[in-house]
Design a protein. Structure first.
Lengths: 297, 297
């Protein structure tokens, strides 16, 4: 009976989450800022409390030269785009996870910023750089932080990070309830022309194996010959999509009602199985960097 | 030109792999032995060089009592069933990976044996025990060995092991070309009544993230009220199925032509990306048990 009441109370923690799929333009920081804020406002009107924007939403993706990347990247916090996201987060009482090209002095990172109703919360810098990103960006040096917020514990990773099962595992081991993934998915080896891209299955496997929500906001469109895949998706802790995949080409806001804190209960599958505790840490474990503090479950 | 020639030579390493989906009966070790050997013979007739049999192919799965499990488990090597598998492997010049209940003195393991044309090669003991297996079996204490053979490097894991991304990662880091998965898949939380089970997506994600072949041989049928899912599958190093999923209910031999050694080349996605080398081992790494020797790539 006590358990039943507890589950009912848990259900009161439902929040609406929104993946804001759109097409940032390279070098069009002003337009990108306006468009991303308009989408956040639209999602907030629909009741969203957590909005996720694609990777590099401020600057676009395909840089031709290092100079161009340096010019388009912005300081975090403090830049015009991040201030605009902070302002709308305060005004509409939402949390926003948004990909942004970050400049720190002469150094560039492919980052994601988390802002909320109380302002700037933190930044994640992409750990695994994809292809020519390696020509412009430095690999992330902030580890894989998990941010406790009033709506639950938010973990962040970006695009190719998802290809490394260690990423979501390390976020889950730190207690993440939801892993937000700003992304710019592109075709990978073996990619099919029809059906969901492999990234969808990576989201499903990561959510299922770690019993966490996974919410991926992808971009659409083409930039300097590089096509992007859309297919934004929200996956529940059992690994099955609860919203999407979105279409491959058009702007789209994907909504999902999520009880983020239920990710904690979802790890217990029976009196004899628990998805994180069943790990054979007597035989293997993930050695953690200095920024990673294992969570007490 | 040299690269092109090399790729042509690589293609000569094609072998036919076969997942032998059937329904072992609990307590019917004699029948199970005959049936499994008949399936191996049938697959060998069709040209298979590597045959994979389901989890606990010698004994069946659902034990009622510890005594029953002790009675049905067999010593490895040396038992009647393992000797039969050795004999047919020699006779037909095939490799066989077969799940088997193993008894060592009074101790039980949920194991898989690898035999080949030259006889017994080795045993893997399931690391992650599912649900009531924990009541009868000891957790595996042999680590996650990879066996070099004349057809390529064979890694083995069993059923619930796949739910832990560390498993296939550790096999890939030791150089496995193919991960063979004897399994007895059952419905898990969130399971759908239609379409492929979540296990298929775990196979796809594991193969893709690690650029290895994954071949899962599941059982079918029902045993003491426990249904099994079939859906045996073979996935290529790009993560997409190359054979199956098989049906959910009937015996079936699933064949796939695989160039196992190509798993080594498949890790290089471009001049700037390699699926294993891109791991951020400066930030995280998997601490390995004494039996695990990282492979020099």
């Amino acid at each position: 009976m006590q358990e039943m009441e507890s589950r009912v109370r848990g259900r009161e923690s439902l929040i609406k989450l929104a993946c804001l799929q759109f097409a940032p333009g390279v070098g069009r920081n002003d337009e990108n800022r306006e468009r991303s804020c308009a989408l956040v406002a639209q999602a907030a009107d629909a009741g969203a409390r957590l909005c996720i924007l694609p990777e590099l939403s401020n600057s676009g993706y395909v840089f031709n030269r290092r100079d161009e990347a340096l010019e388009l990247a912005e300081e975090i916090p403090g830049s015009e785009t991040v201030r605009a996201w902070e302002a709308i987060a305060r005004e509409r009482a939402v949390f926003i996870v948004a990909g942004a090209a970050e400049r720190e002095g002469g150094t560039l990172y492919n980052s994601a910023v988390l802002v909320g109703p109380g302002g700037y919360i933190g930044t994640y810098r992409k750990m695994h750089l994809w292809y020519e990103e390696k020509l412009f960006f430095e690999p992330g040096n902030h580890g894989l932080p998990v941010f406790p917020t009033t709506i639950g514990r938010i973990g962040i990773c970006i695009c190719y990070d998802l290809w490394f099962p260690e990423t979501v595992r390390l976020l889950a081991l730190q207690g993440a309830d939801v892993v937000c993934i700003p992304t710019n998915w592109v075709p990978v080896p073996g990619a099919k022309t029809e059906g969901p891209p492999m990234a969808i299955y990576l989201c499903m496997a990561a959510a299922h194996s770690n019993s966490v929500f996974v919410a991926a906001a992808d971009r659409v469109g083409e930039e300097r010959g590089q096509p992007f895949l859309g297919n934004s998706v929200v996956v529940g802790p059992d690994g099955w999509p609860i919203a999407g995949p979105a279409g491959p080409a058009a702007d789209e806001i994907l909504y999902a009602e999520c009880n983020l804190v239920e990710a904690r209960r979802a790890k217990s599958w029976s009196d004899l199985n628990d998805t994180l505790r069943d790990r054979r840490t007597d035989f293997y474990d993930i050695t953690l960097g200095a920024n990673v503090k294992p969570h007490a479950f």
